[in-house]
Write a protein that binds this ligand. Structure first.
Ligand SMILES: CC(C)(COP(=O)(O)OP(=O)(O)OC[C@H]1O[C@@H](n2cnc3c(N)ncnc32)[C@H](O)[C@@H]1OP(=O)(O)O)[C@@H](O)C(=O)NCCC(=O)NCCS
Length: 190
């Protein structure tokens, strides 16, 4: 796998590595019950945020590790964009995104994730990117659809999370599909 340079830029966002100064930013996400509702995570105490930060990487991840970047808009923290290497051998990755509660409804999650997919396909040699969501997370499903991903599966009660059975929906896009979609977008805008 190749290396890449940070920050990653999009039209409106800067995607940078997290640092010790981000404790309050991350607590605004993981300390909020509405934000973690459809995540595996329970609400996290502020004291536990530093441990979470220590587990983040902003270099090429190894299998099972999440590359986690802070999203900034005009210097303000608006969320977290992530990419997990599921398997370097099979060149599979997963995207994730969490917005600060004040940053919903602007397209930031979609814009950051599109850049993370570009990183995966163009710089890290990934062949297929998946998005996995709790089936009731409609806003997250719309993000995956806007990214041009295909719905591959709706798994019925496959996970026991926070005291109940959850359904999981899986979306995916392969590198050739992603490249075709880039070409179509370029043709539309020319
Ligand atoms: C899931 C989550 C990231 C979706 O947030 P979001 O604001 O809907 O997603 P985006 O930032 O991509 O914004 C898209 C929305 O902004 C609107 N929008 C406004 N301006 C826009 C612009 N310039 N470009 C694109 N969309 C824009 C879109 O219409 C869309 O709204 P809609 O879905 O009601 O049609 C957010 O709800 C969240 O952080 N949830 C908690 C954590 C979580 O569940 N993460 C996902 C785990 S799988």
């Amino acid at each position: 796998m190749s290396e890449f340079a940070l920050p990653l830029m999009t039209d409106r966002l800067t995607l940078r590595g997290f640092g010790a100064e981000d404790v309050d930013n991350l607590f605004a996400l993981y300390g909020n019950p509405d934000v973690v509702r459809y995540l595996y995570d329970d609400v996290v105490e502020r004291d536990a945020i530093a441990t979470r930060l220590a587990g983040y990487t902003d270099t090429v991840p190894v299998d099972g590790q999440w590359l986690s970047l802070a999203m900034e808009h005009d210097g303000t923290f608006v969320g977290q964009a992530s990419l997990c290497f599921r398997s370097a051998e099979h060149r599979q990755a997963e995207i994730g995104y969490i917005l600060h509660p004040t940053a919903n409804g602007h397209g930031y999650a979609t814009e950051a994730s599109a850049r993370m997919m570009q990183l995966a396909f163009e710089e890290l040699g990934v062949h297929r990117v998946v998005g996995r969501i709790e089936a009731r997370n409609a806003a997250s499903e719309r993000v995956l659809q806007r990214l041009g991903m295909r719905k591959e599966a709706h798994l019925i009660q496959n996970e026991w999370v926070k005291g109940e059975w959850n359904d999981e929906i899986i979306y995916a896009i392969t590198e050739p599909e992603w490249r075709r979609a880039q070409v179509s977008t370029e043709q539309l805008s020319s």
